[in-house]
Design a protein around this ligand. Structure first.
Ligand SMILES: C[S@@+](CC[C@H](N)C(=O)[O-])C[C@H]1O[C@@H](n2cnc3c(N)ncnc32)[C@H](O)[C@@H]1O
Length: 490
């Protein structure tokens, strides 16, 4: 199988299907009544919103760039320096809390790495700095000139009634292809007799467009449409106009490989509730890299390599199979990318994930890659893990050379306390790798729970973990975001 990115596991190209991504469902929607037919609405030019709230000395483009990519004015080395300092500051805070918890000598300096008690490695840069996003969602709203059919990104807030939509042609993190689709979509909706949908309850139809692309340059667009009270035959007319525009009209220049359409009366709505309709092209575009569902594919490869090296420093992941035994617990595994990537290093991988559709994609990805030692369980980690982790002890403790390694990659809400307790109370887990996109948020609570002294009252009887190594990774150049990978051992 061909593989564009050889750093993790050359024989394992994870061909992830976009269909899987589309199928994810977090919200339900009410049934839309499409019986009432309304005549096409007249397009009104609206008054531009109150612009006083913005810094008027800057152009709209600069204001948007400052909001979306706040580090864009800095050179890349400077950006990395800023992020490194931020991460060290957060870790220093953690170190102080840790010292307090364990009544050890508090850290004296707020930022110096040497006083943390563990090492912070230099930030790993993103291999791609500009145009790295493989997914972009463009909104529709009132533009600077008052045109309500403007496709771009919001500035301002609904509460302050100063929302303004600025096109993203100048944003450095956005690929050209995504910008082209956004421009064409804007042209299309401006030609359409239908109103845009600016607020879900205020009428109008044309909503945001999501654009996805892969390393081969294939592009998928998903147009979201509010049906309001249109009859299905009416919607069909506008759907056909959209297809015509993107296949034979000016939009054909985008060379879309897939065009999807979703009728939805809610902000987000899953395929099960309101099916994604394939209007043109193929149902999936594939990515032959290891981490498609991260927004920056190339940087995700770096993340996975770091995770592998921290989980298995002895390097058996490169042995090409067989591994050194033991189990990898992939907690909050999403579509299984990390577990599948690391599977050669262990006898088995157990992935746990809340979203059923993601679990099905993970199973699909394992099959696609010929990986047989991964199982994926659907459910809340706080429900699933307390049931299975204690069972692992008899077979794993002292059995394999590695026992159990835990890798956790929760959403911003962090891990539920029951998850931390299940992991801590399992003595066969000697090593735990925590990947966090927001280490100064709820993850910090988890770090404390992992490292505090045992507390029988809270049924936290297992030995405490200690932080050993922290590795910041720049997944999003030009923004403030930074991923942190933290190795805990005991
Ligand atoms: C940051 S993503 C990690 C995705 C995955 N590790 C990857 O690389 O693609 C967090 C994942 O945690 C899942 N999640 C959120 N709450 C959860 C819970 N209580 N139990 C299990 N999974 C959860 C989300 O659905 C999401 O897939």
């Amino acid at each position: 199988m061909a593989l564009a990115v050889p750093c993790v596991r050359p024989v394992m190209a994870a061909k992830r299907h976009l269909q899987g991504f589309l199928g994810r469902s977090y919200l339900s929607m009410s049934v839309v009544d499409s019986a009432e037919v309304k005549p096409p609405q007249k397009i009104r030019r609206r008054k531009p919103p109150n612009m006083k709230a913005f810094d008027e000395s800057l152009s709209w483009e600069d204001r948007l760039a400052d909001a979306v990519t706040p580090l864009w004015r800095l050179g890349y080395d400077e950006q990395l320096h800023v992020k490194q300092q931020n991460q060290e500051h957060i870790l220093s805070h953690f170190s102080s809390q840790l010292a307090h918890l364990t009544s050890a000598q508090p850290s004296s300096s707020p930022v110096a790495t040497g006083t943390l008690g563990f090492s912070v490695q230099p930030i790993r840069p993103s291999p791609v700095r500009d145009g790295y996003r493989n997914k972009s969602t463009f909104s529709v709203n009132v533009g600077v000139d008052g045109n309500p059919k403007t496709v771009g990104f919001y500035l301002g807030t609904g509460k302050d009634r100063n929302i303004i939509c600025v096109n993203g042609d100048h944003l450095v993190n956005m690929p050209e292809k995504h910008k082209q689709v956004a421009r064409c979509y804007q042209e299309f909706i401006r030609l359409s007799p239908l109103e845009p949908c600016l607020l879900l309850h205020r009428g109008g139809h044309w909503r945001e467009v999501t654009v996805r692309s892969n390393a081969k340059g294939q592009t998928m667009a998903i147009v979201y449409f509010h049906p309001q009270t249109l009859a299905s035959e009416e919607i069909a007319v506008h759907r056909a106009a959209l297809v015509e525009y993107f296949t034979r009209g000016p939009g054909a220049a985008c060379e879309l490989d897939s065009l999807f359409f979703q009728e939805s009366a809610m902000t987000r709505c899953g395929h099960e509730v309101s099916p994604y309709q394939l209007l043109h092209g193929q149902p999936h575009i594939n990515e032959e890299a290891n981490a498609f569902f991260q927004v920056n594919t190339a940087a995700a490869e770096v993340l996975f390599t770091v995770a592998r090296d921290l989980c298995f420093p002895e390097g058996a992941a490169q042995s090409g199979g067989g591994g050194a035994g033991g189990t990898l617990l992939d907690v909050c595994c999403g579509t299984g990318a990390i577990g599948i990537t690391l599977s050669p290093a262990v006898e088995r991988v157990i992935g746990v994930e809340l979203v059923q559709q993601a679990v099905e994609d993970a199973r699909h990805n394992a099959v696609l890659n010929g990986v047989l030692n991964c199982e994926f369980l659907a459910g809340k980690a706080e429900v699933v893990l307390p049931g299975i982790v204690p069972q692992l002890s008899s077979s794993e403790e002292g059995g394999g050379a590695r026992g159990i390694t835990a890798l956790v990659n929760p959403a911003r809400a962090g891990l539920h306390y029951r998850v931390v307790r299940a992991l801590r109370n399992q003595p066969a887990i000697r090593r735990l790798v925590y990947i966090s996109c927001k280490p100064d948020g709820e993850a910090m609570r988890n770090f404390r729970e992992l490292c505090c002294p045992p507390d029988p009252q809270k049924k936290l009887t297992g030995e405490a973990f200690s932080p050993r190594v922290a590795v910041p990774i720049d997944m999003f150049p030009h923004t403030q975001h930074c991923e942190l990978v933290l190795l805990f051992e005991r």
